[in-house]
Design a binder for this molecule. Structure first.
Ligand code: GDG
Length: 736
C-alpha cells in the first residue's frame, strides 16, 4: 500500500538522554503540533532529526534510539554537531528565518552555512530515497528543507512531492537579496505542489519565480521541464476538537483535581473579580514582538492609569534557538523589561506581569487559554500563528477577546478579532481598552463565527486538502493539457507520414521553429532550419506552409528566394511556391488609426514594450518589460480594448507576451481550412506554440495531428517540450 512520508527538520518527538537512559518528549511548535494528528492515523512514516547530534549519542545507544523512534512511526536523519551548526543554527535560522520575516538587519549570508545547508538537505533526501517507493507520497515541510524536492525529483522523477512552507514567503524585493535565490527556487520547484498559508505568500513566490527564473506562470501553475508545478494556499488549521474538549474537561474538574497553576489563577480571579488577564504565548523569537508588547503594555498603563491593579499580563515565552546570538540578546532584553516594568509598577498586592520562560505541559496551556480574558497576540511577522486559533477553540462559553496582529497569517481568516498593527502603540492601547470593556454579547458574536470556521477547517481538513490536491496534480499531469509525444507515439506518426500519399503541414514560426528574441527582427532562421525546410520542400508528396502572424515583408526577406509556401499576418496574405504574396482574405485596416494611439499610450507607460505595425494588424509586444508589470499592463490593455472594440469586426489575440488586434474574420484556423479543402490530403499536421495556433487546433478536422510546443493548456492532441523537440520531429519527417 502506498504510504505518506512526512519530512521535517524536527521529529514530532524529541529525544533526550537522562541518567544514561532515553527520554522522549513531544516537540513544541506549530508544525509538530499540527501534523501530529495527520501522522497518527493511516500508513505514514515521519523522517527528521531526533534533536541529538552524532556526538551526543553515547556508544551503543543507536539501536535503542531507532527502536524508540520506530514506536512513533519515525526514522531519524543523523546529524553531526557541525552540520546542526551550519544547517540549522546557521543558514536556516540566521539567513532564511530573519530574511523571510523581513528582519533584513539580522540576516547573515555565510557561504559555509549555505554549503552545509546543501549537504544536509542532501542527507534528508537520501534518507527519503531509501524509504520511498514510486507510488508513495512525500510531503516536505518548511524552510529548512527547501532543496529536498528537487533532489528527490532528480532521483525519482515519478514520485509525488508536496512542499509546505510554514513561514511567510517574502516579497521579491526582499527575496532577491539572497545570494542563493535561484537555487532555492529551483529546489522548491522539484515539487508537484507547493503550499503556503496565505495568498500573499503564494503571490510573492510566483513573482520571484517569474522574475528570477523567467518561467511562465499561468494562473497558479508553473510549467517547466515538461511538468506542471501547482502553487496554492492552504491556511493551516488546528485540532479543534482536542482543544475544545480539553477546555470542557478542565471546566468540569473539581477544585482538588485542578492544576496548581489553575488554582493560583482562580485565587487571583477571586480576590479581584473585575481584574482582567491578558495572555501572551509565543516561542521566544524576535518575530513575535514580545518586547514591543511589553513596551505597549507600559504605554497602556500610563495612558489608562485607572487599570492599575486591574489588569495583569501573563507572558509565556517558550525557549527557542537559544544558541543564536539574537535570541540570547532578546532573552536578556525581555528579562530586563519585565524586571523594570514590574519594579516600577508593582504594588504590595499587585505584580503587573507574570512571566514564564519555559515550555508548559499541554494541560497548563489549556489552563492559561481558559483563564485569560484577553489573548494578546501581536507578532511583528508570523506565517500563521496557531496560538490565536487555539485560544478561540478553548473558549467554550464563547467569551474572550482576541487581539491579533495584522501581520500574522491567521489575521486573514479571523476578521472578527481586534486586528492591530503591532507597531502602533496608540492603536494597541485603544484595543486593550476596547477589549476590557467589550460586552459579553459582542465577545460571543465575534467568537462564534470564528469557532465555526476553525471547527470546519481544522488541521485534518487542511492536511487532507493538501494531500488531495497533490494527488490530483500528479494524476492530472498533462492529460488535461495534451498527450506528450512519447517514443511510441512518435513512431506511429512517422509511420502514418511515410504511408500517406498526400501530406500537408502547417508550421508556426516563432516559438515553434525558432526561439524568441528581444527584437523580433533578429529571430531569423539559422542554417539548420533552412536545411530542414529545404528537405521538406524537396518531398514530392508534401505541401507545407509556414503559417505566422508576422508581416509579409519579413518573411519575404527570409524565405522569398526559397520557394516555400507561406501564410502571414494570421491568414491575410499567402505566397505559394515562391510566387509573390497575394491577399487570401479581404480585410480592412481603416480601424488602425483609432487603435494605434491607445497602444502608443501603453508603450509610453510600459518601459520595454513596443508596437509592431503590420499591414492589417497591430501588435503590442511586452516580452522585454518587467514580467509582473507587463502582465498587469496587458490585462489593463485588454480591458481598454474590449470597451473600444464594441463590434465583432476586430478581435484581440493574447499571444506569448504579445497582444495583437486584428480583423475577426482572419485567423490561422480559417486559413488552414481553406488550404486543406483544395486537395484530398490523408496526413494533416499542424504545430504551434501560442494562442493564435489554437485556431488551427480547433478548426482542423479531428483526424489532423495537432501538436503544441510546450506543456500548456491547449486544444491540440499532443505536445512536445520545446523548439528542440519540434525540430527533431520535423527532421524525422524530412528524413523519410
Ligand atoms: C511556525 C510559524 C505557523 C507553544 N507554547 C507551548 C506550546 N506551544 C504550541 C502552541 C502552538 C505552537 O506551539 C506554536 O505555534 P505557532 O503557530 O504560534 O508558532 P511557531 O512555532 O512559530 O510555528 C507559524 C506555524 O509554524 C504552523 O505552520 O503558524 O507562523 O512560525 O500549537 O500550542 N505547547 C505546549 N507547551 C507550551 O509551552 N505544550
Amino acid at each position: 500500500m502506498p504510504k505518506t512520508i512526512i519530512i521535517s527538520n524536527r521529529l514530532p518527538v524529541q529525544l533526550q538522554i537522562h541518567n544514561g537512559g532515553l527520554e522522549a518528549t513531544p516537540s513544541v511548535g506549530g508544525l509538530a503540533t499540527g501534523m501530529k494528528s495527520v501522522h497518527s492515523d493511516g500508513e505514514s512514516l515521519w523522517i527528521g532529526w531526533s534533536g541529538l547530534t552524532r556526538e551526543e549519542i553515547p556508544e551503543g545507544l543507536d539501536g535503542d534510539i531507532d527502536a524508540a523512534l520506530e514506536k512513533h512511526g519515525c526514522r531519524r536523519v543523523s546529524l553531526t554537531q557541525d552540520e546542526v551548526e551550519g544547517f540549522y543554527f546557521g543558514f536556516s535560522n540566521r539567513t532564511i528565518w530573519p530574511l523571510y520575516h523581513y528582519f533584513t538587519e539580522y540576516t547573515e549570508f555565510e557561504l559555509s552555512s549555505w554549503e552545509t545547508y546543501v549537504q544536509v538537505n542532501r542527507k534528508f533526501a537520501d534518507a527519503i530515497l531509501e524509504e520511498a517507493e514510486p507510488e508513495d507520497l512525500v510531503w516536505v515541510h518548511d524552510y529548512q528543507l527547501m532543496l529536498v524536492p528537487q533532489m528527490l525529483r532528480e532521483q525519482q522523477p515519478d514520485l509525488s512531492i508536496g512542499f509546505f512552507l510554514h513561514i511567510p514567503f517574502p516579497s521579491y524585493e526582499i527575496f532577491r537579496t539572497l545570494p542563493w535565490r535561484r537555487e532555492i527556487l529551483r529546489g522548491l520547484l522539484g515539487s508537484d505542489l507547493i503550499g503556503f498559508h496565505t495568498y500573499d505568500y503564494e503571490r510573492h513566490f510566483l513573482s520571484s519565480v517569474r522574475r528570477l527564473l523567467g518561467l511562465e506562470v499561468s494562473f497558479n501553475e508553473i510549467h517547466m521541464d515538461g511538468r506542471a508545478v501547482k502553487v496554492d494556499s492552504f491556511p493551516m488549521g488546528i485540532d479543534y476538537q482536542k482543544f475544545n474538549q480539553a477546555a470542557q474537561h478542565h471546566a468540569a474538574l473539581k477544585e482538588g483535581d485542578r492544576s496548581d497553576l489553575k488554582r493560583r489563577l482562580d485565587q487571583h480571579k477571586a480576590s479581584t473579580p473585575n481584574a482582567k488577564f491578558f495572555l501572551s504565548i509565543d516561542r521566544l523569537d524576535y518575530t513575535k514582538g514580545i518586547a514591543q508588547r511589553l513596551k505597549a503594555f507600559e504605554y497602556f498603563l500610563k495612558k489608562y492609569p485607572q487599570y492599575k491593579e486591574k489588569v495583569r499580563l501573563i507572558i509565556l515565552a517558550v525557549p527557542s534557538r537559544s544558541k543564536v546570538p539574537q535570541y540570547q540578546r532578546l532573552k536578556k532584553e525581555i528579562d530586563e523589561l519585565v524586571g523594570r516594568i514590574n519594579g516600577e509598577w508593582s504594588t504590595v498586592s499587585w505584580t503587573p506581569i507574570w512571566y514564564f520562560y519555559r515550555s508548559l505541559p499541554f494541560d497548563n496551556l489549556i489552563d492559561l487559554y481558559t483563564s485569560c480574558d484577553i489573548a494578546w497576540l501581536t507578532p511583528i511577522r508570523d506565517g500563521m500563528n496557531l496560538v490565536a486559533k487555539e485560544y478561540i477553540a478553548t473558549r467554550t462559553d464563547q467569551s474572550g477577546v482576541l487581539i491579533l496582529s495584522e501581520m500574522a497569517g491567521s489575521a486573514n481568516e479571523m476578521h472578527e478579532a481586534l486586528l492591530i498593527n503591532p507597531n502602533n502603540f496608540e492603536q494597541i492601547a485603544e484595543s486593550l481598552y476596547q477589549a476590557i470593556n467589550m460586552p459579553l454579547e459582542e465577545q460571543r458574536s465575534r467568537n462564534a463565527p470564528m469557532q465555526k470556521r476553525l471547527e470546519r477547517y481544522n488541521v485534518e481538513k487542511w492536511a487532507n486538502d493538501f494531500v488531495d490536491s497533490l494527488r490530483a496534480q500528479k494524476k492530472l499531469d498533462f492529460s488535461h493539457i495534451a498527450l506528450k509525444l512519447n517514443v511510441d507515439k512518435t513512431q506511429d506518426l512517422i509511420r502514418s507520414y511515410r504511408e500517406a500519399s498526400s501530406r500537408i503541414l502547417f508550421l508556426d514560426y516563432d516559438g515553434t521553429l525558432a526561439g524568441f528574441h528581444t527584437d523580433p527582427q533578429k529571430a531569423e532562421p539559422d542554417p539548420e532550419l533552412y536545411n530542414l525546410l529545404d528537405a521538406l520542400q524537396a518531398q514530392p508528396r508534401t505541401d507545407f506552409f509556414l503559417i505566422s502572424g508576422r508581416d509579409k515583408d519579413t518573411f519575404q526577406r527570409w524565405f522569398g528566394n526559397k520557394g516555400y509556401s507561406m501564410i502571414v499576418e494570421h491568414g491575410v496574405w499567402i505566397s505559394e511556391n515562391g510566387n509573390g504574396f497575394r491577399m487570401l482574405e479581404n480585410v480592412k485596416n481603416n480601424w488602425m488609426d483609432k487603435i494605434r494611439p491607445v497602444l502608443e499610450s501603453f508603450v509610453d507607460r510600459t518601459p520595454g514594450s513596443f508596437i509592431e505595425d503590420k499591414n492589417y494588424s497591430l501588435a503590442w509586444h511586452y516580452r522585454n518589460t518587467d514580467p509582473d508589470f507587463g502582465q498587469k499592463r496587458a490585462s489593463e490593455l485588454n480591458t481598454v480594448l474590449t470597451s473600444l472594440i464594441a463590434n465583432d469586426e476586430l478581435s484581440v489575440l493574447n499571444g506569448n507576451k504579445v497582444m495583437e488586434i486584428k480583423s475577426s474574420n482572419v485567423n490561422k484556423g480559417r486559413a488552414a481550412m481553406r488550404m486543406i479543402g483544395r486537395k484530398a490530403y490523408d496526413f494533416v499536421f499542424a504545430i504551434g506554440d501560442d494562442w493564435t495556433d489554437e485556431f488551427m487546433f480547433q478548426e482542423l478536422p479531428e483526424q489532423a495531428i495537432t501538436v503544441k510546443v510546450g506543456p500548456m493548456k491547449t486544444q491540440a492532441r499532443y505536445f512536445v517540450d520545446g523548439i528542440g523537440s519540434a525540430r527533431e520531429l520535423l527532421g524525422r519527417f524530412a528524413a523519410l
